[in-house]
Design a binder for this molecule. Structure first.
Ligand SMILES: [Zn+2]
Ligand SMILES: [Zn+2]
Ligand SMILES: [Zn+2]
Length: 341
């Protein structure tokens, strides 16, 4: 069982994941469990190997085939080495000044397609739409359990981005506490929305789409921008033009537009900077059953989005020490390259 521990001074929670416990040797780059399998190695996510994952919790595209057999288009399984485990609501414990709780939560893997070689951006738009739809379904299902306050959806593509298996997949980790980074955005948005008398994200979008300098792509439903204060080269944010705090609130036609958007920007990333590893994260308001109690104005003030960071630079001492980032590519330049595709 893993543990959630609170860093008293910063207010940050850390997952001490004992089930992924490693010996010092495992961290040596030359070998051990920290090293992802090489190309050609056995892949538990490939079609035909369904028995090698924990039993599936959801799948899409089955035409009468049984769970955990071939014949799916998108498949969701619990993570075999979960950072958090499902369970009953954990009480917080304390020892002196230290606070901790049992590592209760959800950790799932969304296997995006049966084909090992086809990355998210390589798939046809209808298949990307299906994956986005599965994201929504899983988030909604997990949020029914009220003690999962925040559901984080993310994708690590490539070894340098943290993927331990190269088969295209995304992950969901639901936590019993709203993460610090998400809270920072919520409180910042609350404060600025009061100052601007409107959602600050809507305001930013309006200015960015008018100026066009940092605009990477737009369609009738979404805008992609290289953020003004991008931390990383070629960082992008994907915003729905329709204000909403929840990704799960997206309607069918909007999901298709999001799939088109993802296809375009992932293809441009691949072509412009030779298929870099990247992280993709979803930011939306916490569990809707709780959000409004804690943040009564969250519906008006928060605006869901995806953030995408290609892994081209290393986060080093200065960044760790200060929270400042040094970005060698101005977002205006990045947007110029990414617009051309
Ligand atoms: Zn595979
Ligand atoms: Zn907004
Ligand atoms: Zn964000």
């Amino acid at each position: 069982m893993s543990e959630l521990r609170k860093d008293l001074v910063s207010g940050r929670w850390v997952i001490i994941a004992t089930e992924r416990s490693k010996r010092p040797d495992d961290f040596r780059p030359a070998g051990g469990a920290a090293r992802p399998p090489e190309a050609g190695a056995f892949c538990p996510f490939c079609e035909g190997n369904e028995a090698k994952t924990p039993p599936e919790v959801y799948s899409l595209g089955r035409n009468g085939t049984a769970p955990d057999t071939p014949g799916w288009r998108v498949r969701v399984v619990p993570n075999k080495f979960p950072a958090l485990n499902r369970g009953t609501p954990p009480p917080k414990h304390s020892h002196g000044v230290f606070q901790w709780m049992e590592g209760i939560g959800v950790h799932e893997v969304i296997i995006e397609n049966p084909d090992h070689e086809k990355e998210l951006g390589d798939l046809p738009v209808p298949h990307i739409r299906d994956i986005l739809c599965v994201f929504q379904q899983r988030i909604r299902a997990i949020e029914e359990d009220l003690h999962y306050q925040y559901v984080q959806l993310f994708k690590n593509k490539g070894k340098e981005a943290g993927a331990s298996l190269s088969h295209p997949h995304s992950q969901i980790v639901a936590t019993p506490i709203v993460p610090k980074r998400v809270k920072e955005e919520i409180y910042g948005a609350d404060r600025l929305s009061k100052a601007y008398k409107e959602c600050v994200f809507c305001r930013i979008l309006r200015e960015e789409t008018a100026a066009r300098e940092r605009l990477v792509y737009e369609n009738r439903v979404f805008s992609v921008i290289a953020p003004f204060a991008s931390r990383f080269p070629f960082e992008m944010s994907v915003f729905p033009l329709r204000h909403s705090p929840f990704f799960t609130d997206l309607k069918d036609g909007e999901l298709v537009a999001l799939a088109e958007t993802m296809k375009v920007i992932l293809t441009r990333l691949k072509e412009t900077i030779s298929d870099p590893p990247y992280n993709l994260v979803l930011h939306q308001a916490p569990n809707p059953m709780l959000s409004y109690k804690t943040w009564p104005d969250i519906g008006r003030n928060y605006h869901w989005h995806f953030e995408i960071f290609p892994i081209l630079t290393k986060v080093a001492g200065f960044e760790w020490g200060t929270g400042y980032y040094i970005n060698p590519v101005p977002p205006e330049t990045a947007a110029g390259f990414l617009r051309k595709g």
